[in-house]
Design a protein around this ligand. Structure first.
Ligand code: UDP
Length: 525
């Protein structure tokens, strides 16, 4: 094969962790790479049921023909899990650690698969991009002579997650829980409250490291040794997080910011002027909507600009029954228009039908009558809601995709973080960016409808809300600029930082491969 052919036809292996959110992120990256370098072959590897799931998403999404799937044998019952449980979202919380531990057993079959690819194609893949839960991929990559890259969501959230699991700063030397503590690697002023830790991390002590802690530390340490990191974020909006992440990477390996990986129509124009997207027809098809998107948009069309609060807790999380009652009452007391995506409260089957009895008596009827609140069961057209000019704020669990989607539209947030790195995202958007206020966290503790009203009102129509909206709009502009590519008046080609970053990443991978191929005895790194 000539050097030029090799340069054109790279092969990248992707290995997302077994969870819906991770598949979405990796698929979006695969599509982005295909757009930038159309001849690159991309193979996404996963277990059989997840491959089936990915297959149907690929079929629905007009992805490039160069994106293909490969299966690793896996039987969940061999690992003490219910049959056919291959992803986090198919498991109750107490069984999730078992899936993490089971994932380490995939290493031999993953290596066999890569060796088979090498035999068939007579060349080593350019690189492997994986999740940090699959830190062991780094060892595999070294053994077969290719590069490993770790792909994370937000820089701040990832860096804080890594630092906390590696250092346990919430415990003093005697093993006692510290209420407020400094997060290692972060600026001295960066303090976290112990209520911002997930229960499993809070329970960890320096004295008795749990099996999960050992697993996490092992995978994080290996991931930090990888040849670089890709981050679904924007250089200009995550100054602190990126600095810490870069310091954490062993030997200062590169961190490329290649986000936000969002549909392109979300990054065009400005929703508050006439050039912006208001009615869009690109609805994502991966889930069944609880409302026809057209009806939702029609409802929004009838409201004033920035007058609607959108409430959603992401694709899998929910709040407790008592807090759901208080949220409903608080929304009503606030007097604001709202759209609320309803999911059964915690403790109930998440797939069951939503029952009106989980809301205050007569609430559904009052909303139907007054048209103040649009209640959506299960799944809402979130992107279309956020890019509508009537949407004024987003009450969110601060999942990274929701944060990016909201910021890309200049929509400020009210945060109610529930799990994982959502607390760290919430901290960042409030303290670093000034575009959010935290209403409450998790499902423990008290929350009254008065608290809800008191937080919502100033964000929707006070000076504070105005300031937050201005800051969010300024961030939206940075996000759009990062993904822009055009030719300026002088005729020179301009690339936004994220476009440049992904191109730099692909150029680096190609140049290393070509250099390694030129000298077959040379080690690739
Ligand atoms: N989402 C949606 N409709 C819904 C709920 C969620 O389209 O009713 C999408 C949302 O746009 C985002 C993703 O699901 O892209 C949720 O991701 P995030 O990282 O915010 O939270 P997670 O679900 O991973 O906790």
């Amino acid at each position: 094969m000539s050097t030029q052919q090799q340069d054109e036809n790279g092969h990248i292996i992707m290995f997302p962790f077994m969870a819906q959110g991770h598949f979405t992120r990796f698929l979006a990256l695969a599509k982005f790479i295909s757009q930038r370098k159309p001849n690159t072959k991309i193979t996404i590897v996963n277990t059989p049921l997840n491959v089936k799931r990915l297959q149907s998403t690929l079929l629905n999404s007009q992805a490039s023909n160069n994106i293909c799937l490969a299966e690793l044998p896996f039987s969940s019952s061999d690992h003490g899990l219910p049959p056919n449980s291959e992803s986090i979202d198919s498991l109750p919380p107490h069984l999730i650690p078992k899936l993490f531990f089971a994932s380490e057993t995939l290493q031999p079959s993953f290596e066999n698969l890569i060796n088979e690819i090498i035999r068939t194609e007579n060349r080593v893949p350019d690189c492997i991009i994986s999740d940090f839960f699959f830190g062991w991929v780094h060892d595999t990559a070294k053994r077969i002579g290719t590069f490993s890259f770790c792909f994370v969501s937000g820089a701040y959230g990832a860096a804080m997650y890594f630092s906390l699991w590696l250092h346990f700063p919430h415990r003093n030397d005697s093993g006692d829980l510290i209420e407020q503590f400094h997060v290692p690697e972060f600026p001295d002023t960066c303090r976290l409250h112990c209520s911002q830790l997930t229960p499993n991390l809070r329970a960890e002590t320096n004295k008795q490291e749990s099996t999960y802690a050992k697993f996490s530390r092992r995978q994080i340490s290996l991931s930090l040794k990888s040849d670089g990191m890709l981050c679904n974020s924007v250089e200009e909006i995550e100054v602190v997080g990126l600095k810490v992440l870069r310091n954490l990477m062993e030997n200062s390996k590169p961190v490329w910011t290649i986000g936000p990986l969002l549909p392109s129509y979300l990054l065009q124009g400005n929703k508050n002027d006439d050039s912006g997207p208001v009615v869009v027809s690109h609805f994502r098809k991966e889930k069944e909507f609880g409302i026809a998107p057209e009806i939702c948009i029609e409802w929004l069309n009838q409201q004033e600009p920035c007058s609607v609060l959108y409430v959603s807790f992401g694709s899998q999380f929910t709040i407790s029954a008592p807090k759901m009652m208080e949220l409903a009452l608080g929304l009503e007391k606030s007097g604001k228009f709202f759209i609320w995506v309803l999911r059964p409260p915690s403790g109930f089957d998440s797939k069951s039908e939503f029952k009106s009895e989980w809301l205050p008596e007569g609430f559904v009827e009052r909303m139907n009558e007054t048209k103040k609140g649009l209640l959506i069961k299960k799944w809402a057209p979130q992107l279309e809601i956020l890019c509508h000019r009537s949407t004024g704020a987003f009450l969110s669990h601060s999942g990274w995709n929701s944060v990016l989607e909201s910021l890309s539209q200049g929509v400020p947030m009210i945060a109610w973080p529930l799990f994982a790195e959502q607390n760290y995202n919430s901290k960042m958007i409030q303290e670093e960016m000034g575009v959010s206020v935290e209403l409450t966290r998790g499902n423990e503790g008290e929350l009254s409808s008065e608290d809800v009203k008191k937080v919502i009102q100033p964000v929707m129509d006070g000076t504070k809300g105005e300031e937050m909206r201005k800051k969010a709009m300024a961030i939206a502009e940075k996000i759009r600029a990062a993904m822009r590519e055009d030719t300026d008046e002088a005729g020179s080609h301009q690339k936004g930082s994220s476009i440049k970053s992904v191109d730099d990443f692909l150029a680096m991978v190609t140049s290393k491969r070509v250099a390694a191929d030129a000298d077959e005895h040379a080690m690739p790194i």
